[in-house]
Every structure is written in structure tokens, then in C-alpha cells.
Design a protein around this ligand. Structure first.
Ligand code: SAH
Ligand code: SF4
Length: 345
């Protein structure tokens, strides 16, 4: 079955040329854009700034939205919400909202599943179904923006840490962020976004060249190749020496701080000596390390570290001048924690 094109898949330039093609004045493009990204309109009837014939034509040619919320989950303390969306072809993704103090942080997906196969990650365990389009990525944010608007709140931060490897879907991910960042629309500052990558070196280099204001996080989890390759198969292709060189280049060229993610797995990568190994690896780089006790997943036997060992790990890094934050595990009662997103077939 042919599928209508998703309106969110057009950026402002795309809308402008569409209006030109249809013989409409150029300002109609801005009206559509503002309707979508400022007013958060989502059904054709809401676009009252447009003449009815144009609205009708748009609705005939385009899908105004494509994500169908299939299930919603709320954590016991009410801080974390998760939505399971069905995509138009039946594939599924999950999006998570974390409310913490004044922050309203969304954790969004860039793929249904993931092809990177990290052994500790539930998304990796399900394999890759498909990559999302820019519009499908954008829609996750607008869905929650609408929900928050009802209670007079706004999305303050977006972390690209949901399902999928964003740098394996580079174009769409960056296009989505550009769209959400646009001053005439949603206008969320580039610094409010963080992309987390498993370490696809060519894409880290490209990201460096493009010199974005978006924050970059790299999932490290091990500071020697033997252990990292056992946890993260892509390390066999991009080993630590090339990965760290690309990270150093990113910091040198952009003058930005880089974040390293480290899931602490009991007795595997959580000792003081592992912390020392990490300190040696990143010595001298402007960076920050986020450690999080592993979230348990069904097909991985590894356990979370203890808080005591997490604190020791942090102290060891700090004694070497490397700032480290212990991340609190959120939403694990609704399987909304890092690496827990997975759709049961
Ligand atoms: N693919 C990207 C982003 C999605 S995963 C990446 O790998 O960076 C987001 C973060 O969750 C990554 O740092 C990832 O390593 C981490 N993660 C995956 N499984 C986890 C688990 N079971 N417990 C804790 N963190 C996990
Ligand atoms: Fe994919 Fe990231 Fe999970 Fe690895 S940790 S399988 S890259 S989502």
C-alpha cells in the first residue's frame, strides 16, 4: 500500500518549495511551519490560519502525524513516563520523559531496535528493525511537547539515548535536531540536545567537522579493547585507539567538552583499577564521565554494581582530575531506564 508522505518530513525550505509548486504565496509555508512547531497543531482542522482549500489539499497529500501511541507507562514516583509508539508499518519505538526538578528531559529513539548488538542492552538484543525518518524523530518530541503544554510546561532538554544508534542514522537525526532548533518554530537551543553514540568513528569525525553546538556523549564502558569488544561488538571495527583519537580531535577542534558513558557492571568494569585505566585513556582531555549502575536486561547475566563501588570509582577518577557524576537510575520499574527499551514481539 502506498503511504502518504509525512508532513513532518519536510523542513521549512521543503514547505516553501511545495507552496511555490502549488502556486501559493511563500508565507503559507511559514504558517504551516508555525502551526506545527509553535502552536503544536497536529490535525488538519487545527490549521485555521490556512484557507480551507489549502488545508484540504495538504490533508489529501500528507500525513499530519504517523506515530500511534499504543501504550503509556508511568513510574511509581510519577517522575518518568514512557510511551510505546507504533510506526505506520507496525514497527515500534519508545520515548521517555523524565521530570526532574525544573527539567523536562525527553529521551528519544532514532531507530526501531538497533543493529549494534551491545550485549548488555535490551534494544541491541532485539536487532535492527529500521531507521526512523527525521519526521518520525521530530514527532516524538512534539507529542510530549503537546502533553506538557496542557500543564503549562515545556520540553527543556532532549537526549538522543533511546532506541537505536543515532550515528547509524546520521542524516535523519541531525535533520530532526535542526528542525527542532529552528528559531521560527520549536526553537529549542542546540545546547539542549545531547547525542549519545556507541562510537562510530567516521561519524564522530563528520560531527566534528560540522561543528555543532549539540552535546556529544560516547558510550565507553571499558578502557581496554578486550573487554570493550566483548561488550560492544563495533569495537572490533573501531578500536579504542582510533575512537579516543577521534574524541580528542572533537574536543580540540570544537573546544567543547565530551561526555563518556560508563555502565558499571559488577566485578566486570567497576573496580578502582578499571577507573585508573579509564583515567589513563582520557588523561588531559576536556571530558566528563557519567557512570550508571547497569540496568538489568533479560538476556544479559551481568549485574549492577553497588553504590559503594560506584562511589569508589568516581573518587578514583576525581583523584586524577576527571569529573564524574553517578547517574540515578530512573524509571526502571517501567523498563524506561538506559538500555531497557525493547519491544517484545
Ligand atoms: N546507541 C547509543 C544511544 C542509545 S543507548 C549509545 O549506545 O550510546 C543510551 C545509553 O544507554 C548508552 O550509553 C548505552 O551504553 C547505555 N546502556 C545500554 N544498555 C544499558 C544498560 N543495560 N544499563 C545501563 N546503561 C545501558
Ligand atoms: Fe545500540 Fe546503543 Fe544499545 Fe549498543 S547500547 S545496542 S548502540 S542502543
Amino acid at each position: 500500500m502506498d503511504r502518504l508522505q509525512l508532513l513532518y518530513d519536510l523542513d521549512l525550505a521543503g514547505l516553501t518549495s511545495l507552496m511555490q509548486e502549488w502556486g501559493e504565496p511563500a508565507y503559507r509555508a511559514s504558517q504551516v511551519w508555525q502551526g506545527q512547531y509553535r502552536n503544536l497543531w497536529v490535525i488538519p482542522e487545527q490549521f485555521t490560519s490556512l484557507p480551507l482549500p489549502l488545508r484540504t489539499k495538504l490533508a489529501e497529500v500528507f500525513l499530519f502525524s504517523s506515530l500511534h501511541p499504543a501504550q503509556e507507562f508511568v513510574s511509581q514516583n510519577g517522575e518518568t513516563h514512557k510511551t510505546l509508539f507504533r510506526l505506520h508499518n507496525g514497527d515500534a519505538i519508545e520515548t521517555v520523559l523524565m521530570r526532574f526538578r525544573k527539567r523536562r528531559t525527553l529521551c528519544i529513539s532514532t531507530q526501531s531496535g538497533c543493529g549494534m548488538g551491545c550485549v548488555f542492552c535490551a534494544t541491541g538484543q532485539m536487532g535492527l528493525q529500521r531507521s526512523l525518518s527525521a519526521g518520525e524523530i521530530v514527532e516524538q518530541v512534539l507529542y510530549y511537547a503537546r502533553k506538557l503544554a496542557v500543564v503549562n510546561e515545556k520540553v527543556t532538554n532532549v537526549v538522543v539515548m533511546g532506541m537505536g544508534e543515532p550515528f547509524h542514522n546520521y542524516e535523519a537525526t541531525l535533520a530532526a535536531i535542526r528542525r527542532l532548533n529552528h528559531p521560527a518554530g520549536f526553537n529549542l537551543g542546540a545546547r539542549r540536545f545531547t547525542i549519545s553514540t556507541v562510537g562510530l568513528v567516521p561519524m564522530i569525525r563528520r560531527f566534528t567537522e560540522e561543528d555543532h553546538q549539540i552535546n556529544l556523549a560516547v558510550s565507553l564502558h571499558a578502557a581496554n579493547d578486550e573487554l570493550r569488544s566483548a561488550l560492544i561488538p563495533i569495537n572490533k571495527k573501531y578500536s579504542l585507539d582510533v575512537l579516543i583519537a577521534a574524541c580528542r580531535e572533537y574536543v580540540a577542534k570544537t573546544h567543547r567538552r565530551i561526555t563518556f558513558e560508563w555502565a558499571l557492571i559488577r566485578d566486570l568494569n567497576d573496580s578502582r583499577s578499571h577507573a585508573r585505566q579509564l583515567a589513563d585513556l582520557v588523561q588531559g582531555m576536556t571530558c566528563h564521565v557519567n557512570v550508571i549502575p547497569l540496568n538489568p536486561t533479560q538476556r544479559y547475566a551481568g549485574q549492577a554494581t553497588t553504590m559503594e563501588r560506584a562511589r569508589e570509582f568516581k573518587l578514583e577518577l576525581e583523584s586524577r582530575g576527571i569529573p564524574c557524576t553517578i547517574r540515578i537510575r530512573r524509571g526502571i520499574d517501567i523498563a524506561a531506564g538506559c538500555g531497557q527499551l525493547a519491544i517484545q514481539a
